[in-house]
Design a protein around this ligand. Structure first.
Ligand code: ACO
Length: 300
């Protein structure tokens, strides 16, 4: 992603980390922050957010400078300093943050947890599948001191699911009733960081709904589509997408989804992330309105 100004003073490192004040982390930078770069930084964040939203077929950006300021999220930005005649280009970004979630364990018990969540992740279309996503993700894991299985993912796209499976062997999700995805091993050997884990019975409703961005930007959906949380609202007769971890067939040129496998994919409608693979139609019709999913029914 190119800009008319020099990116190198804004992002002095190959991977720079911004906090919710849009300040660079001292741990990953050598220089100090320059206030005159504020405006350019806002421009970059907003452009990156727009590109990510477009790639995920979202109706609005979930990463903007103003959202960054109102949420305690962190933004890892990967740039190439030499490209664009030395002005640099942004290759991609990864946004994470702690959220209080109600997470179901494999026995269906509900646990209230403050957990690190992956909230937005984007690599420029022209640079995907070159290892940049892995570089960003590994950097974040190391900096945050977490293992991939201990993360909660806000409604991962199909590409992201493939990525997680390929690089980190995450392919077996524990069914949830919110839009976050956690994988097997999520509850095992978690680092102690003041995390609250209050076991509750599955049937008890959380005190508050935890809404991922992906829901909050769903402006245009009719009410009936808002009723059910993901993945239940995915359970319409669809063709299953490519199996995870395999390279897809060549691009089919669908707007906003240029690098996807194409076959069997559908737009989720205004505001949704790109769809994840879904169960065969026979299963989906049968389980469209069920209140819980067994492991074999999780749609990937
Ligand atoms: C919580 C969320 O943020 S969900 C939204 C995630 N973001 C998106 O979907 C936006 C569009 N996609 C992207 O920006 C990128 O594809 C990312 C961020 C998911 C991955 O970044 P990349 O730089 O492509 O990843 P990297 O090169 O390290 O790894 C490649 C692997 O990722 C997965 N992947 C990347 N692109 C695709 C694709 N078009 N189709 C299927 N799998 C893909 C595959 O497992 C791939 O391995 P393979 O080529 O051997 O099949």
């Amino acid at each position: 992603m190119e800009f008319s100004f020099d990116l190198n003073p804004i992002f002095p490192e190959r991977i720079s980390l911004l906090d919710h004040h849009l300040r660079l982390s001292r741990k990953v930078t050598y220089g100090s922050y320059r206030s005159d770069l504020d405006e350019q930084l806002v421009t970059v964040i907003n452009r990156m957010g727009e590109a990510s939203a477009k790639a995920q077929l979202l109706s609005a950006s979930i990463t903007t400078a103003s959202r960054m300021r109102t949420n305690k999220h962190k933004l890892y930005v990967l740039r190439d300093s030499r490209a664009n005649h030395g002005r640099g280009v942004v290759i991609g970004f990864l946004k994470v943050g702690y959220k209080k979630l109600f997470v179901l364990d494999p026995h269906g018990r509900q646990n209230e947890m403050d957990t690190l969540c992956v909230l937005d992740f984007y690599v420029h279309e022209a640079l995907q599948r070159h290892g940049h996503g892995r570089e960003l993700f590994d950097h974040m894991l190391q900096y945050e001191g977490v293992e991939p299985r201990h993360l909660a993912i806000d409604r991962p796209s199909n590409k992201f699911l493939c990525f997680l499976r390929k690089h980190y062997g995450l392919d077996s999700a524990i069914p949830q009733v919110n839009n976050f995805v956690v994988f097997e091993g999520f509850f095992r050997q978690r680092p102690v960081r003041g995390e609250r884990m209050a076991s509750r019975v599955f049937s008890k409703k959380p005190e508050q709904d935890i809404k991922p961005y992906s829901l909050s930007v769903r402006n245009g959906l009719p009410e009936e589509e808002k009723e059910l949380p993901w993945p239940f609202n995915q359970l319409t007769p669809l063709t299953r997408s490519n199996s995870l971890g395999h390279s897809p067939p060549p691009p089919r040129g669908r707007a906003g989804d240029q690098q996807e496998g194409g076959a069997g994919r559908r737009s989720q409608g205004v505001g949704g992330r790109e769809p994840v693979p879904s169960p065969p139609a026979s299963q989906t019709a049968q389980h469209r309105r069920t209140s819980s999913l067994t492991r074999s029914q999780i749609p990937f």
